[in-house]
Design a protein around this ligand. Structure first.
Ligand code: NAD
Ligand code: MG
Length: 395
């Protein structure tokens, strides 16, 4: 029996993870499930999967969860510290499927006890990649990427010499607005941005796909996970979403990873690693598909990609600031306080302001790995500056 914990169990990735685990209940002991506002789902899954502990990140919902689980023997807790405490309990395998910077501290706790961390929460790598990789080295934990592109790269690199890698090509569907006239983008609504052409995902990542902030995060995630130089990371629009990434080697060979757009592939790979187990995903019929298409991303449509290059060049705490500013801009768009194209403007202005901002923690040039305290402070200041940029745009 493998002991597993699923952080963010009620979300899109979390539910796909539980789907795989529930198919083989004898193989797993579920230690903890965490969620936030969807108490019904969290409680139902905790009972169904006989979890030992259920945690909501949302403190005011403690009583609701406790009442729903009364008499089941399942331990109940609430609040961000309780989520981190759940992650700290030793298990063999942890899925981090929390959305946003809230996944950072629980992810680090999971790394401290060793075992395997299946990492869907890309924000962790963007905000604090070097600290995360260092925590894994110190405890001997294994990080397995769950983002489909990064799982694809990981798979293409199996048995290869990392020094022979010349380039990595991340594919992007182009999101909801890939074929819209540019001048219409400013008026795009939350509803329009929330529907993805190929993937069923949480709302935040779906909107980030339309703006390509998701791909921007993934470029930085790839750099941190695989130790790539920024110039080796490319993005290509691939509307079919069947090729998930391509790795190019110095002999000119390119290894592509293909599969149906179903996150249970990447999740299942991480769950069964180093084995390949049978997975309930659709098989591709290449002859029926006929053709795969690729095109360059347009700079004017996707300003987030240039921002990612800037973040990678600046390094240090810029990733933490970038992610935080992006989260604030997305919140404002979701609250209908910002237009769709304003999100990139807000992030750009926040980063511009932070460049000469005395409130930002300063790293000494010798600091290869920014400390966690500095990361959290950079996140906090960037949220303030992004909030000011939102207010400035509205006013
Ligand atoms: P989602 O919104 O569907 O689910 C998010 C989960 O995080 C939920 O369980 C929610 O309860 C929990 N959560 C939300 N706020 C929290 C907080 N403050 N503290 C603790 N928990 C909190 O999101 P998702 O689409 O499943 O994505 C999860 C992560 O995986 C994101 O980082 C996303 O970028 C990444 N990812 C998702 C997909 C996908 O197909 N959905 C693909 C690749 C990567
Ligand atoms: Mg992805």
């Amino acid at each position: 029996m493998r002991r597993v914990t699923i952080l963010g169990a009620t979300g899109s990735i979390g539910q796909n993870t539980l789907d795989l685990i529930a198919r083989d209940p004898e193989a797993y002991q579920v230690e903890a499930l965490t969620g936030s506002t969807n108490i019904d789902l969290l409680a139902r899954d905790a009972v169904r999967l006989r979890a030992r502990l259920a945690v909501t990140a949302c403190e005011p919902l403690y009583r609701d969860l406790r009442d729903r689980l009364a008499g089941t023997g399942i331990e109940v807790a609430a609040g961000p510290a309780a989520v981190a405490e759940a992650a700290a309990r030793p298990v063999d395998w942890t899925m981090n499927a929390i959305v946003g910077a809230a996944g950072l501290m629980p992810g680090l706790e999971a790394l401290r006890h060793g075992g395997t961390l299946a990492l869907a929460n890309k924000e962790t790598m963007v905000a604090a990649g070097p600290s995360v990789m260092q925590a894994a080295r110190e405890s001997g934990a294994t990080i397995l990427p769950v983002d489909s592109e990064h799982s694809a790269i990981f798979q293409a690199l199996r048995g290869e010499d990392a020094r022979a890698v010349e380039r990595v090509v991340l594919t992007a569907s182009g999101g909801a607005f890939r074929d819209w006239p540019l001048e219409r983008l400013a008026r795009a609504t939350v509803e329009e941005a929330s529907s993805h052409p190929n993937w069923a995902m949480g709302q935040r990542i779906t909107i980030d796909s339309a703006s390509m902030f998701n791909k921007a995060l993934e470029m930085i995630e790839a750099r941190e996970l695989f130790g790539l130089v920024p110039s080796a990371i490319e993005v290509v629009v691939h509307p079919e979403s069947l090729v998930h990434a391509v790795v190019g080697f110095r002999d000119g060979a390119m290894m592509a990873h293909l599969g149906a757009p179903d996150m249970r592939h990447a999740i299942g790979f991480a769950l069964n690693y180093p084995d390949r187990a049978e997975l309930p995903v659709a098989r591709l019929d290449l002859a029926a598909i006929g053709r795969l298409t690729f095109r360059p991303p347009e700079d004017a449509r996707y300003p987030a990609l240039a921002l990612a290059r800037r973040v990678m060049e600046e390094g240090g705490l810029t990733g933490a600031a970038f992610n935080a500013a992006k989260e604030v801009a997305l919140d404002a768009f979701l609250a209908r306080r910002l237009g769709f194209t304003d999100m990139a403007t807000v992030v750009t202005r926040a980063l511009d302001r932070l460049a000469g901002d005395d409130a930002m923690p300063r790293l000494s040039s010798g600091d290869a790995v920014p400390g966690l305290g500095d990361v959290l402070e950079a996140d906090r200041i960037a949220r303030l500056r992004a909030g000011e940029a939102v207010a400035g745009l509205k006013g």
